[in-house]
Design a protein around this ligand. Structure first.
Ligand code: AOF
Ligand code: ZN
Length: 404
């Protein structure tokens, strides 16, 4: 593979990354169109129902694409979905070659796009050397399309002894400012942020993206340094650390598991209509006896409160994730507390662990996963694609559960 090919694909991957959180439930894809050694246009997937990256790049081109090369981060689609097949548009454009790193995991495509282009005489160059980079960006979509559940990233900030708060619930702040800034970047790419009802009762959190509220010093830190990722060279992590393009207006769905006591309209979670409470169907009886039952009924009627079946907390989590899948959530960031995270763990629903380990020792307090846990080490999940990076004085540890 030529260095220039790598460079164009790298540019396409950056475009794909910048679109995360906007395109769901479509995967965010990037495309770069090159002719005679010059980039004539770029494109990325539009919001769901809109043009795909390839069509966008062809449309943006300032001169004819005929005879050109297209670098695209995912195999072009060959099916009629909400939009027509990209392969048709590419064949009609007269491009000579299409470079791509991975096939589309969607069973409706899965190699069909490549076959279609080749039969039309377009040369398809598989860039296997960049498959892992492209795959890192597509993991949420893979989970969504193959397992009918959103990809769940569990983010936590903990002391060196694995605690997310003291026994009395104090948690501000365990990690440093730079780590917290990174979490807002992460939120800006997610489709949903999940917390437990206890967090809403205790902290009245905003759960918003506040990239602008950090000091210039912190922001510049990420502009200056070339972050040194140890272990697995996770491309998603790399772009999270060094990309400049984050959407300050991103507004992921705020999801609360459980129905907080005394829901008052003034809570920050109600800041706009973009929230959802998910409870267990077996709580319905107690819900109807509450003083605010009318308000809860209104929330349910407007589909901002959903009750799901499930005998155990893990079964409730699994059914809740089906609901989120149904609402087009590709990537959810699970944020606190330890009990909710343990129910996700028991449901084997956490795909990525994203832990900030700070230089504090609490010596007790609330553990990051507050569950029963497994009985044997051999039987506990072995994580893979482990990366670490130093953020200020914290250590960020990222690893995936093998399932994803
Ligand atoms: C591409 N380029 O930029 C994206 C693709 O319903 P539709 O028409 O929007 O198609 C959605 C499917 O297309 C999606 O599930 C995935 O397989 C593929 N996404 N394909 O050629 C793109 N986002
Ligand atoms: Zn397409």
């Amino acid at each position: 593979m030529e260095t220039v090919d790598r460079m164009y694909m790298e540019r396409a991957l950056r475009l794909a990354f910048a679109g995360m959180g906007i395109t769901s439930p479509n995967p965010s894809v990037g495309a770069v169109l090159v002719r005679d050694g010059e980039v004539i246009s770029t494109g990325s997937t539009c919001a769901c129902g809109g043009d795909h990256a390839e069509v966008c790049a062809l449309r943006n081109a300032c001169s004819p694409a005929e005879g050109g090369d297209l670098y695209v981060t995912l195999e072009p689609c060959c099916h009629q979905g909400r939009t027509p097949p990209c392969t048709d548009a590419l064949i009609a454009s007269g491009v000579r070659r299409v470079f791509l790193p991975i096939l589309d995991p969607n069973p409706m495509v899965a190699g069909g796009g490549v076959g279609c282009l080749r039969s039309a005489g377009i040369e398809v160059v598989m860039m296997d050397e960049m498959a892992s980079e492209a795959n890192d960006l597509i993991r949420p979509f893979k989970k969504y399309i193959l397992h009918d559940r959103p990809f769940v990233l569990h983010k936590a900030a903990m002391s060196l002894d694995g605690r997310i708060a003291t026994g009395s619930g104090d948690s501000r702040w365990i990690s440093g400012e730079a780590s917290r800034f990174l979490v807002h970047r992460l939120r800006s790419l997610a489709d949903a942020i999940i917390v437990g009802k206890g967090t809403v009762e205790r902290d009245d959190p905003e759960l918003s993206v506040r990239l602008g509220s950090f000091s210039d010093e912190v922001r510049q830190q990420f502009e200056r340094q070339d972050p040194r990722i140890e272990g697995y060279r996770n491309h998603f992590l790399r772009l999270l650390l060094d990309s400049r393009e984050f959407n300050p207006a991103a507004s992921p769905l705020r999801v609360v598991f459980g129905i907080p006591d005394a829901l008052r309209p003034g809570l920050k979670i109600f800041g706009d209509g973009n929230f959802l409470f998910i409870g267990a169907e077996k709580e319905r009886g107690s819900m109807e006896r509450r003083e605010d039952h009318r308000f809860l009924r209104e929330l349910e009627d407007s589909k901002r409160l959903v009750l799901v079946d499930g005998e155990t907390p893990a079964a409730v989590v699994d059914n809740a994730l089906r609901v989120l899948h149904g609402r087009g959530i590709l990537m959810a960031v699970l944020e606190g507390g330890g009990k909710l995270a343990a129910s996700f763990f028991d449901a084997r629903a956490i795909d990525q662990y994203f832990y900030f380990i700070a230089p504090r020792i609490i010596g007790g307090g609330l553990p990051v996963l507050d569950g029963r846990g497994g009985d044997s080490i051999a039987g506990s999940p072995r994580l893979c694609d482990v990366s670490t990076v130093v953020i200020g004085e914290d250590l960020l540890y990222s690893a995936y559960d093998g399932i994803a």
